[in-house]
Write a protein that binds this ligand. Sequence first.
Ligand code: GDP
Length: 455
Amino acid sequence: MINNTNPDTIVALATPSGIGAIAVIRLSGPHAIGITNRVFKSRDLEKQASHTIHFGTIREGETILDEVLVSLFIAPHSYTRENVVEISTHGSPYIIESIIKLMIKEGARAAKPGEFTLRAFLNGGLDLSQAEAVADLIASNSSASHQVAMQQMRGGFSSELKALREQLINFASLIELELDFSEEDVEFANRDQLKQLILQITRVLTRLIRSFEQGNVMKNGVPVVIAGKPNVGKSTLLNALLNEERAIVSDIAGTTRDTIEDEMTIGGILFRFIDTAGLRKTEDIIEAKGVERTHEKMRQAKLIIYLVDPLQSTDTIKQQTEEVGQLHIPHVTVVNKSDLLSPQQQQELATLNPSFISAKNKEGIDELKDEILRKVNLHKISTDDVLVSNVRHVEALQKTRDALERVLYGIDNPVTSDFLSMDIKQALHYLGEITGTVTTDDLLENIFSKFCIGK
Ligand code: GDP
């Protein structure tokens, strides 16, 4: 069982490994201050107040390993709620390794991945969804994913669930009471009130489940497929968007054999651009696979940028765009090679309401980016918006909603209290899994092993 009843003191590098101006080594546990004090030459750390910083040297015997700054956080006023010491050293891998070895010699143990955050969770400093948000925050790479993680870390999401869970617990206990009096056919839990509460919770759950679509793309990026016949300029467009030579550009139709993905942020939102093998019937086996994958990718996309070539007839272009329209995925029709476009053709194509660009000359790219943002229609999230971005959470929310729907059914088609009680307990269980009120070792292991060491 993962618990923290008799914790040892752990140590790890908290900053990235490698050479840097400074590095921070972190210790947490009952002996964090005592261990540091034995090798730190300056003031007696055991006599200092929490949240103070002390300059001195770390020594191994008579050898000075480094001049450092030691920050003290005395339990429970720390990230882990234990005694925490953070040692800022010069960022030399040799110094870092020597100090960590010294700390281990003095009685600390090397921390496992995520162990500091695990302790923060076990000691009640964070709930589970907040702890997970810490990992998301560290991994965030766009203003949108940062916002979602920050919002979750600050607890907006879990406080809402906790309040609902508590109300449901009240009903669960009333129904439990009915079980004790089962002979007497009494109803302590008012069924109408219970139904109202469940409807209210279901509404919140539905909102949170729906928010996942947005939360997920904000965290992981909006998948955008760039599609079109060979040689329309898909790779050139991807390069223009990314502003670098990422995809291979060539005159030979079918050069882009496989899909290529690259990421960029537009308007603070992360987009994953997927360049695809040309959409054409082909005899080439490798390329045929690529085309197959293109269709698969197109179905997964949140947006298709459909590129057409003005060297084709207007009728062919219209027919192609109709085919894309049938996929029922938001798409932008883009006429590339506008440098080759005759004014007459421009007029004919205007009915398609396309974006005109020249990928090669990087013309119309900014306007296309604006159009992409408009089409994906992700409203700007504010700091108060509660978005679910974690697959584990959305699954638990769905299971909760399923269980509550069974309760509703049970109220409307009267079943005995023990059936109601069972489904309510299930709902409570799944809700509790999100915030960590209900956990298993496997679940914790699974979540925290994905953290980096030192976090
Ligand atoms: P893909 O097969 O759709 O990926 O097409 P590529 O990006 O490889 O481009 C095919 C050819 O079209 C290359 O020779 C490009 O230089 C050319 N091309 C791409 N964009 C433009 C453009 O805006 N104007 C002109 N004139 N040629 C372009």
